[in-house]
Design a protein around this ligand. Structure first.
Ligand code: AMP
Ligand code: GLY
Length: 421
């Protein structure tokens, strides 16, 4: 069969590599892909915001299954668009994708089904919100409602910053804002918990811990993710049962009561405090860079998992995982997450050592006639699996140093909580 992967990040490069191991696939297409997917699939230069363009590419290339990597097309209803065709599509539909597309939708669901999460209030204008802040505890968290690519969340240590957040959101920094969300600040340690579901069966898809802040020691601005390790140091059987019973199952039950079917990956961003999980947010896709660190550990054929999900047969599949420890480190363009330089030539790829346990996924890269160039903020993802996290991280750092890209930077401390040195 022919498979199409929508997206152009490190997550999609990792999905693509995983699928190359499936004997049932004839051709893999990446829409639009990056310089890393060129060698293992065929890139199709398609604007993924335009579903008609995608449909044309699907027809021309006889694609049987589409896998949607990023949230935007999901939130905009790409699954609904293809559901009436004979192309299979992996991912949640538009209604289900509100779990990521609207933080307020999710918070209201949490309230109705008593899902543990931060206490919250929803406000419609700046004056009302500021009044509320005047009587709130600090720190307080202020959020824009819709998609904001990892931005749109302000952790406010003082009232002035909270006022600034309120003004920026209502002034349209993240699109037209009818509502604003104010949340209690949750203290604890974060963990990313993944499941995959066909609407009935729910299976764990491993855990990871992402480092979202740009600077070492988890300081500085929030980013899309600077690196991750898997499994999370926090996971244990008791905690996993609580996550499923108190968070995942009530969520899927709540959606069902609204006649919404959920199929695809579901990513719960959790805060763990005293072995108790609290939901921070949902994402309706795999995490990036969590996907890059988790997928290389999967021993089961990914295609079988994705197809069985589309066909409602997930129950029939057993998942096998490597017990290795895995780390991913993101090599970013200097300046990220603020303004950063683009179109910088990256050389020395031949100096990177890659094998079964050491991988280099591309994210913001483009192959041109005269070489591979950076085109995004998060540029390359280095992954290593080993019998311990320390070894994995050392392997990655050696590779990044060998590449020696002058316009890049990375965090050397990814996984510091699981590495004693
Ligand atoms: P979100 O986009 O909702 O995941 O928020 C981005 C990041 O902000 C999360 O990964 C957390 O680090 C932090 N965050 C969001 N909400 C809260 C909260 N209520 N308490 C503490 N930290 C939060
Ligand atoms: N790594 C965070 C995300 O994918 O949203």
């Amino acid at each position: 069969m022919n498979v199409g992967i929508i997206g152009s990040g490190g997550r999609e490069n990792a999905i693509c590599l995983s699928l190359t191991k499936s004997k049932r696939i004839k051709n893999i297409y990446c829409l639009p892909g990056n310089a890393g997917t060129v060698n293992i699939s065929k890139n199709l230069n398609v604007n993924i915001e335009n579903f008609q363009e995608i449909k044309k590419a699907v027809e021309i290339n006889k694609i049987d299954l589409l896998i949607v990597g990023p949230e935007k097309p999901l939130v905009n209803g790409i699954v609904d668009y293809f559901n009436n065709t004979n192309v299979k599509i992996f991912g949640p539909n538009k209604a289900a994708s509100q779990l990521e597309g609207s933080k307020i939708f999710t918070k209201n669901l949490c309230k109705k089904y008593k899902i543990p999460t931060a206490k919250f209030g929803i406000f419609q204008n700046s004056k009302e919100t500021k009044n509320f802040i005047n009587h709130s505890n600090i720190p307080v968290v202020i959020k824009a409602d819709g998609l904001a690519a990892g931005k749109g969340v302000y952790i406010c240590d003082n009232k002035e910053y909270a006022y600034q957040a309120i003004d920026e959101i209502f002034n349209g920094k993240f699109g037209i804002a009818k509502n604003i969300l104010v949340e209690e600040f949750l203290d604890g340690e974060e963990m990313s918990y993944f499941v995959v579901t066909d609407g009935n069966t729910v299976k764990s898809f491993e855990t990871a811990q992402d480092h979202k802040r740009v600077k070492e020691g988890d300081k500085g601005e929030n980013t899309g993710g600077m690196g991750a390790y898997s499994p999370s140091r926090l996971i244990n059987q008791k905690l996993e049962k609580k996550i499923i019973d108190k968070i995942i199952n009530p969520t899927l039950f709540g959606l069902k009561e609204m006649n919404i079917e959920y199929k695809g990956f579901l990513y719960a961003g959790l805060m763990i405090k005293n072995n108790e999980p609290y939901l921070i947010e949902y994402n309706v896709r795999m995490g990036d860079p969590e996907c890059q660190t988790i997928l290389p550990k999967l021993k089961t054929d990914l295609l079988n998992i994705l197809l069985s999900c589309c066909d409602g047969k997930l129950k029939e599949i057993d998942f096998n995982w490597s017990s290795q420890k895995s780390i991913s480190i993101v090599l970013c363009a200097k300046g990220y997450p603020k303004d950063y330089k683009k179109n910088s030539l990256i050389k020395n790829f031949e100096k990177i050592k890659t094998d079964e346990n050491n991988l280099c996924f591309h994210a913001g890269t483009e192959l041109r006639n005269d070489g591979i160039f950076s085109v995004g903020g998060r540029v390359l993802n280095f992954v290593s699996k080993a019998d311990n996290f320390s070894k994995a991280r050392k392997n990655i750092i050696k590779n990044i140093e060998n590449l020696g890209w002058q316009d890049g930077f990375y965090r050397k401390d990814i996984g510091y909580k699981v590495i004693d040195e």
